[in-house]
Each structure stands twice: as structure tokens, then as C-alpha cells.
Design a protein around this ligand. Structure first.
Ligand code: GTP
Length: 413
């Protein structure tokens, strides 16, 4: 849609400008034509009067109305004539003729030609024998405004028609040239930007603009490229910072900060949805002794293996496994009641057993687990109380001999 409208706007504007310019050029051309036409009419009429002057003078001298009529016939035959009068030197009309006036000429034609319609010439007769020719009468001629006007209107129509045709031709040429050299490359850039994945701006399909590489369009593409690459680097830095701030550096699972955020959000959505929310606290048993015997580095490896094992069990979308601190892990299970949480915890415990990591002071590496679940919407517990409950049960599991799951507050058997 944008593509069509850009080209259409360009074509429309170009056509409008071309038509306006053509109208101005046409008007100038008409003005010049008008001047030429007026000069020609004046010249031709004066010339015609000069041509008939001898015969008309002969008619006036001989007082011959037939001859005068013939002169008038000749003048009317030449066209454009409205009225002719021939007078003798006593100003008596010898012959005259006037066409019935069928005036269609408007105000404008009147203004344009009104001042060149009437001509009067003295009829000079050469008496011979060296005496100067003397005036024996006069001829008066008026041109027909209508025929002058219609010639001019016809000419105007032609000029404007040609102007409009020229305007269309120029506009079409300009549109094609602009489209090829400017609009099309711009649309290529637009398409490339539109196709760019906002998450990976650095991988945008940078358009190849061929011969534009040295001009502003080429520079625009290069600037965009730099900008999008800088944007990409910014996004990567943001992701790294986010990673650093939410991921535990040792185990690669969520850290305590991430847990706090996710737990708060899960609590809120459980309140909204009226669903239960479960928390599992898990603490590695006798880990101090483990470290003391095998060293901190082995202890780190074991924490990594345990994190992987837990994360391999707690995989449902919306659930979270985090390192709560030291050798303690926590799971948040959305929409999970105590029984379901217990089943998950059993699977986690089995997964840890399955690792079969030898412990210097026990059969193998084990963990103690405390679980609590509540329905936040019923208001029986608040967010911190649910955590404290699970934590308390974890330490009850420790006190009860470790490697076990505690789901209630009854004293250990
Ligand atoms: N290797 C390693 N050890 C850690 C890390 N964080 C905590 N620890 C160790 O985990 C041990 C926790 O010891 P305690 O809190 O006494 O508990 P415990 O020895 O596991 O005994 P119980 O929890 O009562 O079974 C300490 O020795 C810590 O140094 C860690 O990132 N790496």
C-alpha cells in the first residue's frame, strides 16, 4: 500500500506541476501568438487597402459606382471583412456593403481585437503630367470581429490541447525517471527495513543499490547499516546484562534475583486465576563434609550436576528452578497443589539418586526437601509465609534424618 501510494503521489504531483507549467507556457505562447496575429491582420489589411487603392481611386475619380462595387466585391472575397464604404471627395457614399452582424464574440475577443478592426485610407489619384497625386475620396473598411475571434479561439484550443499533451508526456517521463532512479531504490530500502527482524536488526537484508553507492541513497543505506548494527550490539549487551542479572553463574539456572521476580509474578497470577501455587525447597545433605573431603571444585561440579538433574525434572512451562543460594535450590510450580508438588519432588529426589554421586561420609549425595502449597486467592497465607513454610519443612526433613521430603508440619515420627 505504501509502495503504491508513494508512486501515485509522485505521479500526481509531477502531473500537477507539469500541467501548471504547461498552462503558463501555453499562456505565454498565446500572448506571443496574439501579438503576431494582430500585426499580421493590420499588415495584411493595410496591404489589401493599398492594393485596391488605385482601382477605388479610379472609381471615385470617374464617379463610377459599379467599379466601386467591384472593389468592394474583391475586398469581401478576401474574407474577414464586416463593412466597406467608398466615398468620393465630397464624402458622398459611392458604394457600401455591410454583412449582417452575427456577433458571437465575447468580451475578451472585443478587448483583444477591438482596436484593430477599423481602417480608413485616402484614395489618391494620379492626374498625370507631373502633378502630384491628389485625394479623390476615401475607403473605409471594418473587419469582422467574429471571424478574428473564432480563429483566435481555435488557435487557443490547439495550444492548450498541445500543452496538456506535452504535460502528460513530460509527467510520464519524469515519473518513470524518478521511479527508476529514486522511488524504486527508496522502496527497496523500505522493503528491507520492513523485513528486518527487530530482535536481530544487524541481520537486516541490506539492499544493493548498484550505481547509488556514491550518492545520498548509498549513504543512507550505509548509515542505516551502521545504525542497525549498533542497535544489534546494544541488544546483545542488554541480553548479556539480563543474563548476568538473572542467571546463576555456577549452575546456569535462574539465580535468586530471578527467583524473587518470577515467584512474585507467579503469586500474582495465581491470585488472579484462583489456582494453587507450590514451592519446593531443596538443600544438599552434608555438603560441607563433601567439600571438605573432595575440594570446592568437585563441590562446584556436583552443584552443576544437581541443578541439571532438577531442571531435567521441573520442565513444565510456567515452572521455575533456581539456585536459592549456596547448596540450596528452589522450585516454583504454578497451578500445583501439595500432592502434585510432592510427586514432582519425588521425581527430583529419584533423579538425584540416579546421579549416584559418591559421598565420602554417606552412601551417596542426597538432598532434603520441604514443600508447601497454597491458593493465594483464599488469603490463608501471604507470599513470604508460603516460602517460610516450605523452608521450615526443609529443615524438618534435615532434622528427621535427611534424604527425604516433608510436606506437612506434623512432628517427625
Ligand atoms: N563447592 C561449593 N560449595 C558451596 C557453594 N555454596 C555453598 N557451599 C558449601 O555448602 C556447605 C553448606 O554447609 P552447611 O550449611 O553446613 O550444610 P551441610 O554441610 O550441607 O549440612 P546439612 O545441610 O545440614 O545437611 C558449605 O560448606 C558451603 O561452603 C558453592 O557454590 N560451591
Amino acid at each position: 500500500m505504501t509502495r503504491r501510494s508513494l508512486t501515485a503521489k509522485q505521479a500526481g504531483l509531477t502531473l500537477l506541476i507539469a500541467i501548471l507549467l504547461s498552462i503558463v507556457a501555453g499562456a505565454l505562447e498565446l500572448a506571443s501568438d496574439l501579438r503576431t496575429l494582430r500585426d499580421e491582420v493590420r499588415e495584411q489589411t493595410t496591404h489589401t487597402l493599398r492594393l485596391v487603392n488605385g482601382t477605388a481611386a479610379e472609381a471615385a475619380f470617374q464617379l463610377n459606382p459599379d467599379l466601386a462595387d467591384q472593389v468592394i466585391d474583391g475586398l469581401f472575397a478576401a474574407g474577414n471583412v464586416q463593412q466597406v464604404v467608398i466615398r468620393d471627395d465630397f464624402e458622398r457614399v459611392m458604394a457600401s456593403r455591410e454583412l449582417s452582424r452575427d456577433s458571437q464574440a465575447g468580451w475578451l475577443i472585443e478587448r483583444l481585437f477591438g482596436d484593430i478592426l477599423h481602417y480608413r485610407a485616402s484614395l489618391d489619384y494620379d492626374l498625370g503630367q507631373g502633378s502630384p497625386s491628389s485625394s479623390v475620396g476615401e475607403i473605409e473598411l471594418s473587419l469582422a470581429l467574429d471571424s478574428l475571434g473564432s480563429a483566435f479561439i481555435e488557435r487557443s484550443r490547439m495550444v492548450f490541447l498541445l500543452s496538456v499533451l506535452k504535460a502528460f508526456a513530460i509527467a510520464a517521463l519524469v515519473v518513470v525517471v524518478f521511479h527508476v532512479f529514486i522511488t524504486r531504490p527508496l522502496l527497496k530500502v523500505h522493503t528491507a527495513i520492513a523485513a528486518t527482524d527487530p530482535q536481530r536488526p544487524g541481520e537486516w537484508p541490506k539492499p544493493a543499490l548498484g550505481h547509488h553507492h556514491n550518492d545520498e541513497l548509498g549513504e543512507l543505506v550505509e548509515s542505516l547499516d551502521e545504525l542497525l548494527n549498533a542497535f544489534q550490539r546494544g541488544l546483545e549487551q542488554r541480553d548479556q546484562l539480563h543474563q548476568i542479572s538473572t542467571v546463576d553463574g555456577l549452575t546456569g539456572i535462574a539465580n535468586r534475583r530471578c527467583f524473587d521476580d518470577v515467584y512474585a509474578a507467579s503469586w500474582e497470577s495465581s491470585v488472579r486465576e484462583g489456582t494453587p501455587l507450590a514451592v519446593i525447597f531443596l538443600d544438599v545433605d552434608h555438603f560441607k563434609a563433601y567439600n571438605d573431603h573432595l575440594g570446592h571444585a568437585v563441590g562446584d561440579d556436583t552443584l552443576r550436576a544437581l541443578a541439571k538433574a532438577i531442571a531435567g525434572v521441573v520442565t513444565r512451562p510456567g515452572d521455575l528452578v533456581a539456585r536459592y543460594g549456596g547448596e540450596e535450590f528452589v522450585c516454583v510450580l504454578a497451578n500445583t497443589d501439595l500432592d502434585a508438588a510432592q510427586r514432582v519432588a519425588e521425581r527430583v529426589r529419584r533423579a538425584i539418586h540416579g546421579l549416584a554421586l559418591p559421598h565420602p561420609e554417606a552412601e551417596r549425595v542426597t538432598a532434603s526437601v520441604g514443600i508447601a502449597s497454597a491458593t493465594p486467592a483464599d488469603g490463608s497465607l501471604d507470599r513470604e509465609q508460603l516460602l517460610a513454610l516450605a523452608d521450615r519443612r526443609l529443615y524438618r526433613a534435615k532434622r528427621a534424618g535427611r534424604d527425604r521430603i516433608v510436606i506437612d508440619d506434623a512432628p517427625p515420627a
